[in-house]
Design a protein around this ligand. Structure first.
Ligand SMILES: *Cc1c(COP(=O)(O)O)cnc(C)c1O
Length: 397
């Protein structure tokens, strides 16, 4: 080890995996802005603006909406520990890694967890959930809207209503969906929803936007026991992010600047155009991958536009191809998790990263790396098929 460590100089990368995704240059600039004190009247304005934009992006009027100081998993833990008291029943829908994580978090919080399972790459249907709710009568049902480990997009229609029929609170993971596909907290009648900054908001990791419905707030107020986590206790954090601005912990100022700028970008673009952009780039990528004989892993009809999970062709070495993509093109894509390690790749088209340039780049680079690793690929097939999608959509490519 040298006496002094060199200046930080990371290689240029194009982050097209399951997150973190590439940060928008405007967000990076906002992060170089000098600090305000975290109780400075001007910073309070920044907090208010951030909360107001979060409500817009979550499509909610929930008063209790703010970013938790921590990554997406901290948001998951915040929702769970505030709603759950030891011995409470909770049903968790598991069709991938993040549902599994929610089970672990809930059990650690003392919940009596019932696991509802579906194969990875598929989604849940209302009937299966209704059956579990009537059997278990849980306080909380937890479900992942965008399962990043599989690319599955869970439909939310009717789920909130169904949960409330059974007096159950609906907890939803929107870490990978917020800013990429519609997240309609009020329309869904969701009660506790958390997200993350480093997926479709194109911000670095570090904050977890959360929102709680009035029904969830009531449930928290009725608790018999203190929330087991001091740091994530909504009641206390709320006094800091709410009217009182009562000191609880020091907000990560720079990350709040970053999130504020990221949300400004989202609201400038507008939600419908933003979702349409994600959908179009997904269609182009999908056409290209299909033309290259790389079929989707996720069931047709529930494929997320921002997370494209495809099957690795037989005989192709997962790591060899991903290493080449990284060293020759600076492109990062994700491998499979758990039992799908070595079997699938996950290509992210998230937020700022969802653009034609990245679609063409990853298709061309993948073609080259697959060929170098001995796979049979028809030259130009992927790029050509993607081009066709853009042309048909009105020359946006
Ligand atoms: C990334 C992710 C998380 C965890 O977020 P971290 O920021 O890594 O803590 C949780 N749920 C889903 C669906 C995710 O994609």
């Amino acid at each position: 080890m040298p006496a002094t460590v060199g200046e930080l100089n990371p290689s240029p990368r194009i982050l097209m995996g399951p997150g973190p995704s590439d940060v928008h240059p405007r967000v990076l600039r906002a992060m170089t802005t000098p600090l305000l004190g975290h109780l400075d009247p001007e910073f309070l304005g920044v907090m208010n603006e951030t909360q107001e934009m979060l409500r817009q992006v979550f499509q909610t009027r929930n008063q209790l909406t703010f970013p938790v100081s921590g990554t997406g998993s901290a948001g998951m833990e915040t929702c769970v520990v505030n709603l759950i008291e030891p011995g409470d029943r909770m049903v968790v829908c598991v069709n991938g890694v993040f549902g599994q994580r929610m089970v672990d978090v809930a059990q650690r919080a003392g919940a009596e967890v019932t696991v509802l399972e579906r194969p990875w790459g598929t989604v849940f249907e209302l009937d299966q959930i209704r059956d579990a709710l009537s059997r278990v009568r849980p306080k909380v049902l937890g479900i992942v809207h965008a399962e990043t480990s599989t690319g599955a997009w869970q439909p939310m229609d009717g789920l909130g209503k169904l949960c409330h029929e059974f007096n159950t609170l609906l907890l939803v993971d929107t870490v990978t969906s917020l800013g990429g596909v519609p997240v309609e907290v009020d329309k869904w009648e969701a009660d506790a929803v958390y997200s993350g900054t480093q997926k479709c908001l194109s911000c670095p990791p570090g904050l977890s936007p959360v929102t709680f419905s009035p029904r969830a707030v009531e449930a928290i107020n009725r608790r018999k026991n203190k929330v087991q986590s001091w740091y994530l206790d909504m009641g206390m954090v709320q006094r800091y992010w709410g009217e009182e601005r009562f000191y609880h912990h020091t907000a990560p100022i720079t990350m709040v600047y970053a999130l504020r700028e990221a949300l400004r970008i989202v609201t400038e673009e507008g939600l419908p155009p933003r979702f349409a952009r994600h959908a179009l780039n997904h269609q182009a990528l999908k056409a290209g991958l299909t033309a290259m004989n790389l079929p989707y892993f996720t069931t047709e009809g529930c494929q997320l536009p921002q997370l494209n999970a495809i099957r690795i062709p037989d005989g192709v070495d997962d790591l060899a191809v991903r290493k080449r993509l990284l060293s020759e093109f600076g492109i990062e894509i994700g491998g499979g998790l758990g039992e799908f390690k070595g079997k699938i790749w996950r290509i992210g088209l998230m937020g700022h990263g969802s653009r034609p340039q990245n679609v063409f780049l990853v298709l061309a680079a993948l073609e080259k790396c697959l060929a170098d690793c001995g796979a049979a690929v028809k030259p130009g097939a992927g790029v050509g098929a993607a081009e066709k999608v853009y042309t048909q959509a009105g020359g946006k490519g």
